[in-house]
Design a protein around this ligand. Structure first.
Ligand SMILES: *Cc1c(COP(=O)(O)O)cnc(C)c1O
Length: 393
């Protein structure tokens, strides 16, 4: 059916548009590497693009296409490009937009590897970078160079939960003909739609909220227009960053309950953030749902809800952080986020340990910073677990 006019939760269940000849209610796993042509002419027409048809799974596959179509619809984009991981999506965008002599401008607190590869791998290919606080618009304008080819944002940023005004930065970028990409992993399209706000490309680690069950690694890019879609799709296909049909099936299944999961997790996250803010061992809490968040107004404008990610600073710094992490019983001491289970981690020693210390402190990733991804357990149990863990300090 045409899902364009449906509400978001209905789209989560019904969008994708791939129908199966057996009448299967769910798009099956087309676990095949290649597809048979009816005859030589059919094969030729598929290759020339005269006729739509599947050729080879790295180029396209019905199970994967269903997920790509669904994500493009949910993000209000032109087309989706599924990738083997979130990092494959990041690299597809970097490779598709940048080249020798190009410059990228980005937020200083990013998903660790998204920044790390730009500082260690891409300079070998002649790419320049600037990392700064993208909430400072004057500094963004000053830092744009004639060779800036991409502005890359993550909002809320990982792990500081700092926000960037997507509409404002997109306006600045577009005046200068520069495309904007937003990593929307922390929000999912349920809470934030970067393309509607002016961005040109959205990407996800679907490992997180979209799949939501901590059992798949996967990525997705949604391009806002045809030209960008084709350019990035060519990179994905030729680099071999493609998704596997089984991965696509699992992620499509997880996607159906995205709204329910995020809704419940963020209701609990609000209670957890309030609890932490009132706790004597906690220096401060960063959560877009709290009025104490320096960009609370922007959060209300840009996001449909504050999400399930919280960062907080312990008064006792690194040592106190270790005690809390060794003390939790319900929450898993693990990186990643966006699953049904509550996860807790320490960015300075874990996800952001490769960022040199002075840079880390500059980006707000202090020794006592702890990040929680609130799950869908009973909130009373999550609060009791944190209460007892904090009592170890
Ligand atoms: C996890 C994550 C990534 C990388 O995704 P993988 O699926 O682990 O490759 C990129 N951006 C953000 C914000 C993430 O949380």
């Amino acid at each position: 059916m045409d899902t364009k006019e449906l509400g978001f939760h209905s789209k989560l269940v019904h969008s994708g548009g791939v129908t199966d000849s057996m009448g299967s209610a769910v798009t099956p796993i087309y676990q095949t590497s290649t597809f048979q042509f009816r005859d030589a002419d059919h094969g030729a027409r598929c290759f020339s693009g005269e006729e739509e048809g599947y050729i080879y799974t790295r180029l396209g596959n019905p199970t994967i296409q269903e997920l790509e179509n669904a994500m493009a619809e949910l993000e209000n984009g032109y087309g989706g490009i599924a990738t083997s991981s979130g990092m494959a999506a990041v690299n597809t965008v970097y490779l598709g937009c940048l080249g020798a002599g190009a410059h990228i401008l980005s937020h200083d607190a990013l998903y660790g590897p998204s920044r790390n590869i730009m500082e260690t791998l891409y300079p070998r290919y002649g790419v320049e970078y600037t990392y700064l606080d993208t909430s400072d618009h004057e500094n963004v304008k000053r830092s744009i160079r004639p060779n800036t080819r991409l502005i890359y944002l993550e909002t809320p940023a990982n792990p500081t939960i700092g926000l960037t005004d997507i509409a404002a930065i997109s306006a600045i970028a577009h005046e200068r003909g520069i495309p904007v990409c937003v990593d929307n992993t922390f929000c999912s399209p349920y809470l934030q739609k970067p393309l509607d706000l002016g961005a040109d490309i959205v990407l996800h680690s679907m490992t997180k909220f979209i799949n939501g069950h901590a059992d798949v690694v996967a990525g997705m890019i949604v391009a806002g227009n045809r030209e960008t879609y084709q350019r990035l799709r060519t990179v994905m296909v030729n680099m071999g960053f493609n998704m596997d049909p089984h991965q696509a099936f699992l992620v499509r299944r997880g996607l159906k309950t995205l709204g329910l999961r995020v809704e419940r997790a963020q209701t609990s996250a609000m209670k957890v953030a309030e609890f932490l803010e009132g706790h004597e061992a906690v220096e401060w809490v960063r959560y877009p749902g709290l009025r104490s968040h320096p960009q609370y107004d922007l959060a209300c404008r840009q996001m449909k809800g504050p999400g399930a990610m919280i960062s907080f600073e312990l008064k006792g710094g690194l040592e106190a952080g270790k005690k809390v992490m060794n003390g939790v019983k319900l929450a898993l001491l693990a990186v990643s986020l966006g699953g049904v289970e509550t996860l807790i981690q320490h960015p300075a020693s874990m996800t952001h340990s490769k960022v040199p210390e002075p840079e880390r402190i500059k980006a707000g990733i202090t020794g006592g910073l702890v990040r929680i991804s609130v799950g869908i357990e009973d909130v009373e149990d999550i609060l009791a677990d944190l209460e007892q863990a904090l009592s170890h300090i």
